[in-house]
Design a protein around this ligand. Structure first.
Ligand code: SF4
Length: 405
């Protein structure tokens, strides 16, 4: 299933295309001092490894611009300079060779300063994001609209576009972020109706985990499912690697980015679980975290329902009678001690990734594995009574009990 995406113009941030049908890219931001070249590069590499396509670094002082001059040529991904109040920092960042700028129209307001930056960016073929932010809206617009509204944010973006157009600059992408999700969604909807520049989506100051993740996902995915958005950023109060992971995972789960990592599914656990599902699933998640294995892997709490419920997974394990039952594409392939469940998953996943599921199934005696698995299932059923899923018979009994009393 795919979503129809709204057509936008295409720009390039370094080697990464944004808009115009390009794959949606993931952005994040370093939290080091940009003048700390080695520390910043270390963070950029960690972000790139977690799935980040474009990284933004603060350029708030001359030392930061000088740092950028050393960071840009050594970075594995394009670098955008975040400019706060001083337009001269934007000129310095361009001189440092950055691949993009982010300007906040609420902070740099003098038209001559905005145009000076746009002309320099134009001559260097460097795009600029117009980053409208609900928290720093131009007070004149705040007053005009009687507060922070979607209309006010859109007008702020349009004003900035007009300055850029006056100097023939159109390598533009836009964001209209707010920390209030419905407001942010509405602002992007209105903006996408009046412009075809590519849009950068985000919920600003979303906060710490897990609330921040929920807010950002609610806002960003609502818009993506409407076809709006060309690049995304999670603004979390957390290690920026979490932002990159979240962005990548969101795109993968919406089918908007090819899966490169494990999609771990797990049952929510219940009274029938034979193991601590939460602990085993978390251990499995950590074991697979940065492995480039694009398989769906299931961790299920019991062998009675688990294998059936996870039948679509490439590989899974279900707990029963102190053993883990491994299954590949729904077929039992091995039974391992409970303490080795996660290690077994990693071994099998690595093998399947390298040789395919058929080869994995062919290397074992599936009949033996099925017999062992059946032994455990039957023992459990016997111990706990026949399958508790005989709900129809139970309903008859319940109704009988009620009508008899
Ligand atoms: S797989 Fe088993 S333990 Fe997990 S939720 Fe289903 S019935 Fe419960």
């Amino acid at each position: 299933m795919s979503f129809e995406r709204r057509q936008t113009k295409q720009i390039h941030v370094g080697k990464v295309p944004v808009g115009g049908g390009a794959p949606i890219s993931v952005q994040s931001k370093t939290i080091t001092k940009t003048a700390d070249v080695e520390g910043t590069l270390q963070q950029i590499y960690a972000l790139a490894a977690a799935g980040c396509d474009i990284v933004r670094c603060t350029c708030n002082e001359i030392e930061a611009a000088e740092g950028l001059a050393q960071i840009v040529p050594r970075s594995p991904v394009p670098i955008i300079a975040d400019i706060h109040h001083q337009y001269k920092m934007a000129l310095a960042a361009l001189e440092a060779g950055v691949h993009g700028l982010r300007l906040n129209p609420g902070n740099i307001r003098k038209p001559e300063h905005i145009k000076a930056v746009a002309m320099e960016a134009r001559d260097r073929n460097v795009p600029i994001r117009i980053g409208v932010n609900g928290g720093s809206l131009d007070p004149a617009l705040y007053e005009k609209y009687g507060g922070l509204t979607a209309e006010a944010m859109v007008e702020s973006a349009l004003q900035e576009i007009a300055y850029f157009q006056e100097v023939d600059f159109d390598l533009i992408k836009i964001s209209v972020k707010a920390s209030n999700v419905p407001l942010m969604v509405e602002a992007y909807r209105q903006l996408s109706a009046v412009t075809d520049y590519p849009l950068h989506l985000g919920v600003t100051e979303a906060g710490p985990l897990p609330n921040g993740l929920i807010k950002a996902t609610a806002g960003i995915s609502t818009l993506l499912l409407e076809g709006i958005g060309d690049t995304i950023r999670y603004s979390l109060t957390a290690d920026p690697v979490e932002e990159a992971r979240a962005g990548r995972q969101l795109l993968e789960s919406l089918g908007l980015r090819e899966r490169k990592n494990v999609d771990l599914i797990a049952c929510p656990s219940c009274g029938r679980a034979e193991i601590d599902v939460i602990e085993v699933a978390n251990r499995a998640m950590r074991a697979f975290e940065d492995k480039k294995i694009p398989l769906q892997i299931a961790v299920m709490g019991c062998v009675v329902n688990g294998p059936g419920e996870a039948r679509e997974a490439d590989l899974g394990i279900a707990a029963g009678n102190k053993r883990g039952h491994l299954f590949v594409k729904g077929r039992n392939v091995a039974v391992v001690p409970e303490s080795e469940m996660v290690e077994a998953l990693v071994d099998w996943a690595t093998f399947i990734h390298e040789h395919g599921a058929e080869a994995a199934i062919a290397r074992v005696d599936t009949a033996l594995a099925e017999r062992e698995a059946a032994k455990d299932r039957n023992a459990l059923l016997e111990e706990k009574g026949a399958d508790a899923n005989h709900s129809n018979e139970k309903i008859v009994e319940i109704r009988k009990t009620i009508s008899d009393n």
